[in-house]
Write a protein that binds this ligand. Sequence first.
Ligand SMILES: Nc1nc2c(ncn2[C@@H]2O[C@H](COP(=O)(O)OP(=O)(O)OP(=O)(O)O)[C@@H](O)[C@H]2O)c(=O)[nH]1
Ligand SMILES: [Mg+2]
Length: 508
Amino acid sequence: MASFVDRVVLHVAAGDGGHGVASVKREKFKPLGGPDGGNGGRGGSVVLRVDPQATTLLDYHHHPHRKAPNGKPGAGDERNGADGEDLVLPVPEGTVVKAADGEVLADLVGQHAEFVIARGGRGGLGNKALASPRRKAPGFALLGEPGDARDVVLELKSLADVALIGFPSAGKSSLVSVLSAAKPKIADYPFTTLVPNLGVVVAGDERFTVADVPGLIPGAHQGKGLGLEFLRHVERCSVLVHVIDCATLEPGRDPMTDLDVIEEELAQYVPDDSLGGRPLGERTRIVVLNKADVPEARELAEMVRPDLEARGLEVFVVSAVARTGLRELTFAMARHVAEHRKEIEVVEQPRIVLRPKAVDDSGFRVVKEMTPDGEVFRVDGERPTRWVRQTDFSNDEAVGYLADRLARAGVEEALFKAGAVAGATVVIGPRDNAVVFDWEPTMSAGAELLTGPRGTDLRLEEGSRPTRDQKRSEYADRRAAKTAARDELATERRAGHWTTAADEDDVE
Ligand SMILES: Nc1nc2c(ncn2[C@@H]2O[C@H](COP(=O)(O)OP(=O)(O)OP(=O)(O)O)[C@@H](O)[C@H]2O)c(=O)[nH]1
Ligand SMILES: [Mg+2]
């Protein structure tokens, strides 16, 4: 019976950023009214958030692939694309998020604690935002960046102080419902409770949590009933409360036998080393004899009480339905929880708190590497990699803009220092999706996507590689065209047709 799932592999993908758009303002009698292309919207991120309503990871077991929506592309007339909405995935408190390699990324503790597992891609800037005093009429826009995609493992470890254990229908859920504000399902058939329910109990100055664990039956450790998987949750609890049904008419059941059967199941459980490896048998126990509102049950309870006390157990005769004997029980629980908390304060390590990985956005480094194809210079760094992702390599101007950005950030200089000469192979970006350049100190030469679709290489489209002279003359032509455009736009701007945006590099 796998209706309770406490370990799942989740595949998440954040939304891609929308592309920026290159567009020119159109007005009556005014064919070139200046750039007015809007920015792409940011892609939605995938966020895990603690939700008090969530009790299991079952949903993610059924649907392990989750994707946040993409940002919308920009449009003309300065319209920015809408951001993709974040995808918020509710998880129960006590969910541990691990990377595929087992590294703990976050331990989600606390109401509404959240953790961004995949960040949405930034939207690309449109040509309106890329315009600057130096570049008045950009004929290109930036591409949106892909969103993060990653696989994580979610593990649920309940965080209760006290666990209520016992046979099905002993009244565990009933007890939690009268001790706390929790409202678990209660019914007179076995295995009503399929997932642990947590309730918060207040007794004097003490606040603690109580978990109502699904019923256990003999042979549970061999997989009978709901199996022993719930004992993993019990393992984190410091106090175990046996809830014993004194009103059951089932043959072979009586309070002492029930207690022994459950104790035997606890003893069979092999504790988890990563949680300290302390056997369940060493936990503090309390015995609750329930259903004392039924006269025969009360009689039976009073009869077995001395035997239980003789075993050194603290015993409470209660009725969850009539709400009797509860106050003494709560204070006893509180006392044991407080004692245990004092103990662990000394020994236990501090909890793992949210520890999102810091993103190093500042620098880059250039490394010389030998590959089967010869010597390459690899540029490693978040910013250069992002700039490459934002570049539309089918647009010369966009490639030129990339070159400017790289030069300004000092990448060219660093390449020189690393020993690169004109014609050297320069690689930017992650190994599986890198962009390879034949480096010329201005970087304005063609670039090819190493693992991109074949047949999109600009240089091949041109039939042959342009010579240096050709390039130089093309460059001169481009400059002349740009100057002309600039002059025209400057005239228009003076006439008040449009204004320039802030400097491009700081707008992100
Ligand atoms: N008379 C009487 N009935 C009770 C008492 N406590 C619980 N019950 C009844 O016992 C039945 C089972 O109660 P639950 O609280 O669902 O029992 P449980 O231990 O959570 O059962 P599972 O979730 O199946 O393991 C329900 O019909 C309750 O109304 C009590 O103090 N007195
Ligand atoms: Mg129950």
